[in-house]
Design a binder for this molecule. Sequence first.
Ligand SMILES: *[C@@H]1O[C@H](CO)[C@@H](O)[C@H](O)[C@H]1NC(C)=O
Ligand SMILES: *[C@@H]1O[C@H](CO)[C@@H](O)[C@H](O)[C@H]1NC(C)=O
Ligand SMILES: *[C@@H]1O[C@H](CO)[C@@H](O)[C@H](O)[C@H]1NC(C)=O
Length: 502
Amino acid sequence: MALSSKGCLSLLLVVFIAAGSISDCISAAAAEESETKEFVVTLDNSNFTEFVGKHKFVVVEFYAPWCGHCKKLAPEYEKAASILSTIDPSVVLAKIDANEEQNKVISSEFEVKGFPTIKILRYGGSVVQEYKGPREADGIVTYLKKQSGPASNEIKSGEDASSIIDDDKILVVGVFPEFSGEKFENFTTLSERLRADYEFGHTLDAKHLPRGDSSAAGPFVRLFKPFDELVLDFQDFDVDALVKFVEENSIPTVTLFNKDPKHHPFVIKFFNSPNAKAMLFLNFSIEQFDSFKSKYHEVAQLYKGQDLSFLMGDIEASQGAFQYFGLKDEQVPLIIIQTNDGGKYLKPNVDPDQISSWVKDFKDGAVQPYKKSEPIPEANSEPVKVVVADNLQDMVFNSGKNVLLELYAPWCGHCKKLAPILDEVALSFGNDADVLIAKIDATANDIPQDTFDVKGYPTLYFRSSTGNLLQYDGDRTKQDMIDFIQKNRATVAKQESANDEL
Ligand SMILES: *[C@@H]1O[C@H](CO)[C@@H](O)[C@H](O)[C@H]1NC(C)=O
Ligand SMILES: *[C@@H]1O[C@H](CO)[C@@H](O)[C@H](O)[C@H]1NC(C)=O
Ligand SMILES: *[C@@H]1O[C@H](CO)[C@@H](O)[C@H](O)[C@H]1NC(C)=O
């Protein structure tokens, strides 16, 4: 399995939202579909462009035959396609096997990174939108009916408004004296552009709307949101200004994360933001919760617009994140800040009254980075020595020895195969005090990324006692590894004489 340090934040997002379901994509399951008429259109490289080009609105699933989530989706997608074929105008659902060699040009053109990926292609494919709806038939139907209809619907009454205003979602309403003119057109452009993420409506009278000044005359845009100020008005109709207004105001001052899925769209926004990320983890059921919430909110308010976003997570829902960061339940309430370069800063067992000064210290650069580490082993008496983040410097860089270090993952098959071989290599150097064979669990310990380039497991590095660092790319056999060590090692005697000469 390949690793990429750039993928860390999105991996973290997966850890938050989809904990437990990641491995599903590897295991193949699900029964074969029965032979009936297919409503989902099959496309491939030979007819994709032509087919899409003919449609104003078409939905395409990029799938791989081995992917479990795709198999789970297939019957739901097919059922949705059969229902959507009967409405007017009908909505077409298609699929393409993105694993097929000849189709890979198309999946790379559409930046398909995982399976299944569903995209909505509008106007012959000239506008491409991510499918962000549910994955079961009824949900797919409802979502696509809405996406294929107008981006914004007219609100003619209070009932119209309450039917689209949802306590969990963001709604953007344009209030106009008439539905024409450049401002109305710009609002329409806005709604087309952001329709995948927000609800839109337009009205002639602000009195139909449930919140805000009901006597205000248009044109203006009113944003309803389920957090913070709840309602905001905006009068600049420049399209980019409108987009910015909606995007900026749709991130809560403090994003909440617990098991309630209504928060998840905002958690996704939180992780997609380019800001550094502060996360306060605690038990949402404790008495002090409100006091934490209000102090944290104050701090978040203070740093608004300063490249730092704030999330509060319930420990019940955050086990994935705890594993990822190597955190322990005894450390809550805790704050961890992750910067964009992968830096991490930790304040365990924080009091509500300490939040503000600690975040200030972080901003001032006065907080030491936090390193994820397993405990330093007490005995370490096996032939292959155990290295952890907290003794990596001492054992590998400052020991004055020639060290062969394996960076491994506990689940990695090649690592398990290598283990007995590494044992033998270690035993063969058993009487040689200048050679150390060691291993570090790279999933449970932070690995200095500027020193070790870990693209997969196992990764082997050799550091000579004089400081030469080499990656071992040879065969993973006992003899080849021993030869490599003998060839590249420096002897302590050499080092001493080198020192003597100085
Ligand atoms: C596209 O081509 C594939 C392979 O020839 C075929 O199975 C599929 O039905 C075609 N789809 C359309 C819409 O023509
Ligand atoms: C509409 O948007 C365009 C492009 O962003 C902008 O140039 C124009 O000034 C806007 N019109 C109004 C009335 O704000
Ligand atoms: C959270 O706190 C409540 C109330 O004190 C307690 O019953 C519950 O076990 C705690 N949950 C966790 C995961 O510690």
